[in-house]
Design a protein. Structure first.
Length: 153
């Protein structure tokens, strides 16, 4: 068992340090109040069980890159001005103008609304694969000493 303070492999004492019961080596035990010793049965580490790596798929809806040009071309193909188009889909003219110039990216909901009205494809599904298994160190864990830099001086 590792020392919770310095990371030494031989933690033989349980000591109360700053109100926390920690497994520490004999060198670090002097920093706290002695509680008990660790028996051999408690020292034996449990064998690590590795979880099988299961690739996790994440499906996201994303806009196509040239959405602004597609929306403008489809609107012009229907013979609508921005004002008329905005009224028909119940959106502000300024929003339509900003979307068509590329200064505003529509939300997925608004993009789907535009898809239905203009009969074009704006939203595509993007699939990412992530490994679900955690990357851990080989049997070692973090200790307080890993987080605290002791200033010698």
């Amino acid at each position: 068992m590792q020392c919770d303070i310095c990371g030494n492999k031989e933690a033989t004492i349980v000591a109360s340090i700053e109100g926390a019961a920690l497994n520490v080596c004999s060198g670090c035990g002097k920093f706290g109040k002695f509680l008990r010793t660790i028996s051999a049965a408690q020292k034996a580490p449990k064998p690590a069980i590795k979880a099988p790596t299961i690739p996790e798929k994440e499906v996201m809806d994303m806009l196509i890159e040239d959405y602004a040009a597609c929306i403008r071309q489809a609107r012009e193909k229907l013979g609508l001005k921005q004002e008329d188009f905005a009224k028909k889909i119940n959106e502000k003219v300024s929003l339509i103008h900003h979307i068509e110039t590329g200064r505003h990216e529509p939300s997925i909901e608004l993009a789907r609304k535009l898809e239905r009205f203009l009969r074009i494809k704006l939203v595509v599904e993007h699939e990412e694969v992530h490994d679900k298994a955690k990357k851990e160190a080989k049997g070692e864990s973090f200790t307080l000493g890993d987080f605290i830099k002791i200033k010698k001086g």
